[in-house]
Design a protein around this ligand. Structure first.
Ligand code: ZN
Length: 99
């Protein structure tokens, strides 16, 4: 499987990827691009029904998290809608906080 940087599209050496999580059906690899200096995450799905590439599908996305930060936040539960609203309201002037 060939992996290209999602920002500059240059081919990245797979040996530079750091495994964040490995599984039989899905894995998550963290990359640092030496050309444009961005971090990205490659999500690899192993599903024989996909057929092409032996059932492997790769999805990459940009991230501003380094490897340690990805490992730190991976196991945390997602924020609830109420928590997002609470954070948003904390930035509003105190007169507009009561909703
Ligand atoms: Zn790049």
């Amino acid at each position: 499987m060939v992996f290209n940087c999602p920002a500059c599209l240059k081919k990245l050496d797979k040996r530079r990827g750091k495994v964040v999580k490995a599984g039989s059906q899905a894995s998550l690899i963290h990359f640092f691009c030496p050309y444009c200096h961005i971090y990205s995450l490659l999500f690899i799905i192993n599903n024989p029904q996909l057929g092409k590439n032996g059932g492997l599908l790769g999805i990459s996305m940009l991230t501003d998290l380094n490897l340690n930060e990805v490992r730190k936040f991976l196991g945390r539960k997602p924020l609830s809608v109420d928590e997002v609203i609470e954070i948003y309201q904390s930035f509003l002037p105190s007169t507009k906080r009561s909703v």
